[in-house]
Design a protein around this ligand. Structure first.
Ligand SMILES: [Zn+2]
Length: 321
């Protein structure tokens, strides 16, 4: 389905409104200039007459008249161009030459809409998460050593490969391991790659998402746009499973999200500090069994990278004294 419907709608409305504003502004300018140069208005009217004449003559096949009219048309065009140059008025140019700012080419959404939807998706995600900084290229293995480094090299490679081949039917992933090992960084890198590809991504810390869904569920509105996005998006990324308040509602919601997305073969990426037994204990065996049976499990190993980075920058600060 590509970008979330919400973004497509915003992008489409924006592009059409921008085109309409520009065209209205141009029309106003044109009318002012026509008032000063009435000849331009006359030419435009003659163009219309010639146009309808040519339309009719094409059926009758009167070739001499057609040629004469075409010659007249060319003369008028030249005259119009000269006058336009004098007044400084240019022909109206839409922002998008493909869809003429209508948002569609035939029945298909124009690429200008998709491009704008992509910008909106990035903007929304980067407002809350450091998506620009969290790319594969900025992920450093320098903070890992020995066996951990080897294991993390493999994880990194497999996730790069996953991102490269990512599609709306990709497998789901569980990124697990202690805190501060880069799970969020790499899941954001995958989110960035997905957005680049034009896929619709929903990324959220589990805690925030549960709160939003709870609010939506208990509001008097029958529309559930957030839940629809979560269930239908091309890629759902749930960050930090296990840190949310554990309520019966949250537990059933998480099960339903995981289960519905598996049933519709849509990829979900979950990151968590919990071990599998803890997931089973916290959410119910059925959540753990869905994950074990259907997700690719990626274990993150090493010492807390955030701590190591802090120590290093602290040392650097000292050396600079
Ligand atoms: Zn367009």
């Amino acid at each position: 389905m590509g970008y979330n419907k919400r973004y497509i709608k915003i992008a489409l409305d924006e592009i059409i409104a921008k085109g309409n504003r520009a065209e209205a502004f141009y029309e106003k300018q044109k009318q002012e200039i026509f008032a000063r140069e009435p000849r331009l208005k006359e030419i435009e009217q003659q163009f219309m007459q010639i146009g309808s004449f040519l339309g009719l003559s094409a059926l009758s096949g009167n070739n001499d008249r057609i040629t004469a009219m075409q010659t007249k048309f060319d003369q008028l065009l030249k005259e119009k161009q000269a006058l336009m140059e004098k007044t400084g008025l240019k022909e109206y140019k839409p922002f998008c030459s493909k869809c003429k700012d209508k948002g569609y080419v035939g029945a298909k959404l124009c690429e200008c809409v998709l491009k704008r939807a992509k910008e909106l998706s990035f903007a929304e995600l980067s407002a809350t998460m450091p998506i620009e900084e969290s790319r594969f290229e900025t992920f450093s293995l320098d903070y890992y050593s020995g066996e951990n480094k080897k294991a993390m090299e493999k994880v990194l490679e497999s996730l790069k490969e996953y991102a490269k081949n990512l599609n709306p039917k990709s497998k789901s992933l569980l990124l697990f391991g202690q805190t501060g090992l880069g799970k969020t960084h790499l899941s954001l890198a995958i989110a960035g790659a997905a957005l680049e590809k034009g896929l619709g991504v929903v990324y959220s810390p589990v805690q925030n998402l549960i709160q939003k869904l709870e609010k939506e569920h208990f509001s008097y509105n029958s529309d559930t746009p957030i839940l629809d996005d979560v269930l239908e998006c091309d890629l759902l990324i749930l960050d930090d499973l296990g840190t949310e308040f554990s309520t019966a509602y949250a537990q059933s919601l998480i099960y339903n999200i995981i289960n519905s997305r598996l049933l519709s073969s849509k990829p979900t990426i979950i990151s968590t500090n919990l071990e599998m037994e803890e997931i089973a204990a916290k959410y119910h065996n059925r959540v753990a069994s869905r994950i074990i049976g259907n997700y690719d499990l990626k274990k993150f190993c090493g010492s807390d990278v955030r701590q190591l980075k802090k120590i290093e920058s602290f040392k650097r600060g000292k050396n600079n004294d």
